[in-house]
Design a protein around this ligand. Sequence first.
Ligand code: FAD
Length: 525
Amino acid sequence: MGHPHVLIVAQYLFLLFTILTTTSSVSIKLPTGPLRKWGIKLCNNASCIDTASTDYGNIVHEIPYGVFYPSSVSDVVNLVKSSYESPAPFTIAARGNGHSVRGQAMAKDGVVVEMASLNTSITVSGNSSSGTFYVDVGGEQLWIDVLRATLKHGLAPVSWTDYLYLTVGGTLSNAGISGQTSFHGPQISNVLEMDVITGKGELITCSEDVNPDLFYAVLGGLGQFGIITRARIVLKKAPTRVKWVRMMYDDFSKFSKDQEHLISIQGGMDYVEGNLMMDTTSSTIVNFYSPYDVLKINHLAPARNGSLLYTLEVAKYYDTRRDINTIDKELEMELKGLSYKPGLIFSKDISFFDFLNRVGNLDHELQTIRRGVGVGVGVVRHPWLNFFVPRSRIVEFNQRVFVEILQNQGLYLVYPINRKKWDDRMSVIIPDDDDDDDEDMFYTVGLLFTSQSDDDFSRKEKQNNEILQFCSESGINIKQYFPHYVNKQDWMKHFGNKWDVFQQRKAQFDPKMILSPGQTIFTSA
Ligand code: FAD
């Protein structure tokens, strides 16, 4: 890329920006040099820039030189073309809902595309006689809206994230995982077709059969190969209700053995997750358990005395029109023989919608971070660490990380995932299966930290580094999910034997390295 040109353009724009923003408080649409030909207008008032340089993590803040609010897919095509055809290409980041934690949707001195402004429709189609249904949905759409739209037809996607206020384009650029992943694969395994704008500004339809290289590159591709403007996602008949059960363990081996057992039975559970229960006061606890349950937990599993409490969480879907008389019996059979602590099993019966939307909407947190107002919010950060751990090392990992290193309260997820529905042609990276002969599963671990002060943030970053260092020194070949690395060696190690193909695909679909620079894969030294 022509960096000197970028600098000149950026300086010119910054000068213009300064003049314009200091002389007017209204929203300014700034026509830029290379963009003028295409009639592209950028916003760079303080509010636009602030949004585009903030994400859920609140750790990285990169200032773009403009923010683009497209009203059509061809607007985005024109934007990317204008960069690609310019002698001084500028970087472009699609911004979904800004739920990255390390600036992955930012574009320093480049253009951030606020995908939400596309606001395309959600269309459900299918064939009742063959029972095949799908939804065509814009990359900018939130999963909560996909759920609402498909439920109107009695249908729903099969693979989810825990949190639904994420965009389709954003999760498909990672993987999209939750307790359903073991049974249906990640969200990227449930896509039939996509429309993608490559880094050359070409709008291409791709699928397993048509332009498969682009299709597999984009799935889990961290935004490096194209901007997803439409995805066609598999739908199945939606259940109406859910039996949602939590069981507690104070022995990690029993806990993980039961988790593995439950995910190995097809036709049993519909969702299996697990987490560490550090205390009985956090919001995830209070929202599920009654005050009486909490008393019971405190009574039956008192002060932990060095051992942790683990919660195994399962869900079984059912349909009130069909299964009402059998569901309890089926569930009882499936949970029979599990080794949770006697008495520490709790259940709820809720609607399918409420189950999928159980986390609710946390977007006010992002808005508060953006506004920088309120008690201490300017320093609320989310130094999350998410990764996949080979199954063969999870017991050792539990002992060192969960038991010995993690000292603070927080939400810590840990559950196994079946490997078989992850297609190796996709860009996403999971642990190698040659670490152990029977690695048909791997574990996902999510350390979802919130830090409330600069000191707290430093402590948690130190702890994150300690965990990563432990894994590295003990040869535990973890793979980060929403990976973040600052140097090329680490990226190469992350991709392992897929690095060459990742690079080739970059050269093919985004040769000028325009897209999603905030991932820092091709910009790190
Ligand atoms: P952004 O953060 O805006 O973008 C993420 C990346 O994708 C950027 O590089 C961006 O440039 C690129 N991108 C965005 N849109 C497009 C597009 N249309 N085409 C191509 N590239 C694009 N993940 C899970 O898998 N499971 C979970 O249960 C889960 N829960 C979460 C809960 C919370 C509270 C948060 C903050 C995150 C969670 N995530 C989860 C992580 C989530 O998948 C990522 O944050 C992801 O980036 C989606 O967020 P987003 O839609 O806001 O995308």
